[in-house]
Design a protein around this ligand. Structure first.
Ligand code: SF4
Length: 404
């Protein structure tokens, strides 16, 4: 048997290395600003971006800036303006925002056919299961079309289980919204592959954690290595035969153990399986701890609290209409509204969202479940912007559309 992945039930984050910063209490001799985000308020945006460039360059991340410049130019002016507004209001820690979210996660279903070891689907805690109905989906898209740039059509479940997934993609595309889908690929039959391309899907990312059968099947429980791989290869062959540039296709591996490291010799052997096929990108990414639901050692430990960026640019709509502020909150513990009763506009600046932004600004999430145990607020940051977010956002969102 192969070694099992290095995941284990969470006991919460390690003790905060800077308790004064989280609690707002200054320890003797320690300089802690009264408003942790006030440095952002003191900087003009231009100077802020200048400092971002300098800091990124000095931390050997100059590609971030290049990507930022190249990437922003691809957006329509409306989106560019909102991105800059989001950056500005995030840095200033504003609670009421004069713009609306530019990205949504909309969950077609919370059911999943797999029980992957790092996913809360396989944890003992239950969560509500169901399929989003067509009327609710249309209500969300009809409102979102006025301000949202793109939607992720996935969240806690496997979206290809929803019979109307291609209709959802086509409806969102007709509304002028870019569509992104993350799938385990196990249910991707030929007819569905054609339907996704016909619907105009912009980006498709496959989760495939394993360069060999043993690793893959020990992580992606209930999936079969050969079958899933055959589905993905067949999808790429169809895309090639149709001469379609879309969807921009990514194969994503989570770095869960040494066998899945970016330098693993098996990786190159595995990548050769896709030679000559229109796979646009191969990503090996670091895991996160599902807002404290699982402990993954090492990645976030020891970094200073950095306010989470999600409450400044995104919302997540669960299958039944509950709204959360981020995609790490698997169980919707942070529920900030309900789209059956409220508009997205009302939810965006409603009291729960303001309260969450305030907690981030004050760097005190000690009473906020699940943020208090989430590793997203303990990651390396540049000028107050968490670099993993920035890099992933620019690479996947902005450059990810370069294949269009
Ligand atoms: S800190 Fe974590 S749980 Fe809280 S909003 Fe951010 S990503 Fe979500």
């Amino acid at each position: 048997m192969m070694e099992s992945p290095k995941w284990r039930p969470s006991r919460g984050l390690p003790e905060n290395p800077h308790p004064a910063r989280q609690s707002g209490v200054r320890r003797k001799g320690e300089k802690v600003p009264t408003d942790p985000m006030s440095w952002g308020a003191r900087l003009g945006l231009e100077e802020g971006l200048g400092r971002l460039a300098w800091t990124a360059a000095s931390s050997n991340s100059v590609t971030v800036i290049t990507e930022l410049k190249m990437g922003l130019a691809r957006f329509p002016w409306r989106v560019r303006k909102t991105l800059l507004q989001a950056a500005w209001h995030y840095l200033r820690g504003h609670e009421v925002l004069p713009y609306l979210p530019i990205r949504l996660w909309v969950e077609p279903t919370s059911y999943c056919n797999l029980r992957c070891v790092m996913c809360p689907q396989s944890f003992p805690r239950e969560h509500a299961k169901g399929y989003m109905d067509w009327g609710l989906f249309r209500k969300v898209i009809d409102e979102a079309a006025e301000f949202v740039y793109d939607i992720n059509l996935h969240h806690t479940g496997e979206s290809t289980l929803h019979k109307r997934l291609p209709d959802m993609i086509a409806y969102a595309r007709q509304a002028g919204i870019y569509t992104r889908l993350h799938s385990n690929g196990t249910l991707l039959r030929e007819d569905l592959a054609h339907a996704l391309i016909d619907a105009g899907l912009d980006l498709l990312s496959f989760s495939f954690d394993g360069f060999d059968k043993e690793t893959y099947e020990s992580i992606r429980v209930n999936a079969r290595f050969e079958k899933t791989l055959a589905n993905i290869i067949r999808f790429l062959e169809i895309k090639k035969a149709r001469g379609s540039k879309k969807p921009y296709t990514i194969l994503e591996v989570i770095h869960l153990n040494e066998k899945l490291s970016p330098t693993s010799p098996q990786r190159y052997e595995f990548e050769r399986r896709f030679e000559g096929l229109p796979l646009d990108e191969f990503i090996i990414k670091e895991p996160h701890n599902w807002a404290g639901s699982y402990d993954q050692s090492g990645y976030a430990v020891g970094h200073v609290f950095t306010p989470c960026t999600f409450p400044w640019y995104a919302l997540v709509i669960h299958w039944d209409g509950r709204v959360a502020p981020c995609p790490q909150d698997f169980y919707c513990d942070l529920q900030v509204g309900h789209v059956r009763e409220q508009t997205l506009r009302a939810i965006w600046n409603g009291e729960p969202m303001q309260r969450l932004r305030r907690a981030m600004r004050l760097r005190d999430c000690s009473k906020v479940v699940p943020c208090r145990d989430c590793d997203m607020i303990r990651r390396r940051a540049v000028l107050g912007v968490p670099t993993p977010y920035l890099k992933v956002f620019l690479k996947e969102t902005v450059l990810g559309y370069s294949g269009q």
